[in-house]
Design a protein around this ligand. Structure first.
Ligand SMILES: Cc1cc2nc3c(=O)[nH]c(=O)nc-3n(C[C@H](O)[C@H](O)[C@H](O)COP(=O)(O)OP(=O)(O)OC[C@H]3O[C@@H](n4cnc5c(N)ncnc54)[C@H](O)[C@@H]3O)c2cc1C
Length: 467
């Protein structure tokens, strides 16, 4: 086990000055920023458990499971992502594409539906593919604070979606499953920037007394949803005492760097201490760490220590990070993709090993490996293989966005017996999900191109023509 427990600290000279990093993590901690190289005595390496370079599975196999209309839509995506200039043009033109065309050609691939009933159907279709749960995201966002959205409506719709979408889909599976711990939890994604008026200012001033009323509003809105999740977890645990992972989880999404540092991390801590006390066998809240951030491993190590001291569990969603192209302060992100990859795989490995070694006593509580990266997902899958019926394994879930890296998802399900897979499913009013789709194109442009383009067009044609 790679313990984060040691208080010994190594001083590393980072671009933001000297920082203190708890020992257990630092021998893996990679600093590859432009300005300075890590001064650690131990050379940073990708974790020794990391697999040799793997080739991402071809899309052909999973395409056979799609309908003709889905294949057609995917072919269109292939054409839009065939090269960078075309993708950039598509991104520019996307806001002008009529809503009905988005609804017909794009939304079915990437969005769960407009209404709870449509999302339930999406959940059932995913189950047919072996993806037994979802992370639901009611997509109504207002990061700039300009839309005058009804936040109470978001809170009540989100709570209602746990009852009308996630609960029936999970209960049906629990009734029939051979092993109830093989069904991953149902997740609700909470975007802090959608849960308070004037979100950027509130998050940036989270610690200031003059912003206490707005900060309390945000905490209260997240708490109302998470309390519902907590109550349901206790209720269902009484009915299914052999369950080792939560039934439902409230998940706090990560925002841009300055909002994370000033507000979201603290918001997470408040929610962890309320809803993940060590006295409760199941956690109910998960937070997000963006591992493209050079200081993410150190931040997580500090949070781990604090959780231990204050008697609560963390709950992790690990992502590389969505704001690589729009982050105003590029200096905070690893200078190379390899740096990000090494950090991701190292932190993820530590968390899985800790969960496997300590089970329900692990202060990591629960882990969502939220990534489209085949090597990271294979690394997690290999670490979990041969571990049966243990709390640690039940508390690791692999997640991808709906419609993205379906070849990776399909491979994990069919060739590696992974049962712990979910999809992040945005749903809600079409105008809002159109915004989400644009954001995905912008933020995930690289991932989209890697998955798509010419290879996708060829594979779609081959499948459609049964070659
Ligand atoms: C379920 C789920 C929930 C998510 N929630 C959030 C969230 O709340 N907040 C958030 O920010 N993100 C979130 N993400 C992540 C985000 O949407 C992207 O999907 C993700 O960061 C892309 O990385 P990947 O792990 O999928 O890896 P890959 O598909 O391997 O993509 C790696 C990409 O990372 C980029 N990259 C990373 N670091 C560097 C670097 N240093 N230099 C150059 N390029 C680099 C490159 O563009 C590269 O193409 C979530 C993802 C999932 C699946």
């Amino acid at each position: 086990m790679l313990s984060l427990g040691s208080r010994a600290a190594i001083r590393t000279a980072g671009r933001n000055g000297v920082r203190s990093v708890p020992m257990g993590l630092t021998h893996r901690f990679v600093s590859q920023t432009n300005a300075t190289k890590s001064t650690l005595a131990t050379q940073p390496t990708i974790h020794d458990a990391a697999p040799a370079h793997l080739t991402t599975p071809a899309p052909d196999a999973h395409l056979k499971t799609l309908s003709k209309s889905e294949l057609f839509s995917l072919g269109m995506i292939g054409m839009c992502t065939i090269n960078k200039p075309i993708l950039d043009l598509v991104i520019k033109l996307f806001p002008f594409v009529p809503l009905f065309m988005v609804k017909i050609f794009i939304s079915p691939l990437y969005c769960g539906g407009d209404t709870p009933a449509e999302v339930v159907e999406t959940g059932k279709r995913l189950q047919e593919r072996g993806i037994n749960n979802m992370m639901l995201s009611l997509t109504i966002e207002d990061a700039e604070g300009t839309k005058n959205i009804d936040i109470n409506h978001i809170v009540s719709e989100t709570i209602s979606s746990v009852h009308t979408i996630l609960k029936p889909l999970l209960l049906e599976q629990l009734e029939t499953a051979e092993d109830i711990n093989s069904i991953p939890p149902g997740y609700i994604a909470l975007k802090p920037s959608a849960l308070v008026a004037n979100p950027a200012k509130v998050l940036l001033n989270f610690g200031k007394p003059e912003w206490k009323a707005q900060r309390d509003d945000l905490v209260s809105n997240c708490s109302r949803i998470t309390q519902e999740v907590f109550n349901l977890n206790q209720e269902l645990l009484a009915k299914y005492p052999e369950r080792k992972s939560p039934f439902f989880v409230s998940t706090i999404d990560a925002e841009k760097y300055d909002l994370q540092k000033a507000g979201v991390y603290e918001l997470q801590r408040i929610l962890f201490s309320k809803f993940n006390p060590v006295s409760s066998p199941l956690i109910s809240c998960v937070g997000t760490w963006q591992l493209y951030l050079a200081d993410s491993a150190a931040d997580l190590a500090r949070d781990y220590e604090r959780a231990k001291k204050e008697g609560y569990k963390l709950g992790l969603k690990l992502v590389r990070g969505a704001y690589i192209h729009s982050e105003p302060n590029r200096d905070v992100i690893y200078a190379t993709r390899e740096g990000t990859d090494a950090n991701y795989n190292s932190v993820m490995t530590s968390a899985i090993k800790d969960l496997l070694a300590n089970g329900e006593k692990s202060y990591y509580g629960h882990l969502v490996v939220a990534s489209h990266n085949y090597e990271s997902q294979m690394l997690a899958t290999k670490l979990l293989q041969s571990q049966e019926n243990c709390a640690g394994k039940a508390n690791v879930t692999l997640a991808q966005l709906l419609g993205m890296s379906d070849n990776v998802t399909h491979d994990l399900l069919t060739h590696h017996n992974a049962k712990n897979i979910i999809k992040y499913v945005p749903w809600g009013p079409p105008v809002e999900t159109k915004d989400y789709l644009l954001r995905r194109l912008q933020e995930n442009g690289d991932a989209v191109r890697a998955d798509n383009g010419l290879p996708l067009i060829k594979a779609v044609l081959k499948t459609a023509l049964h070659l």
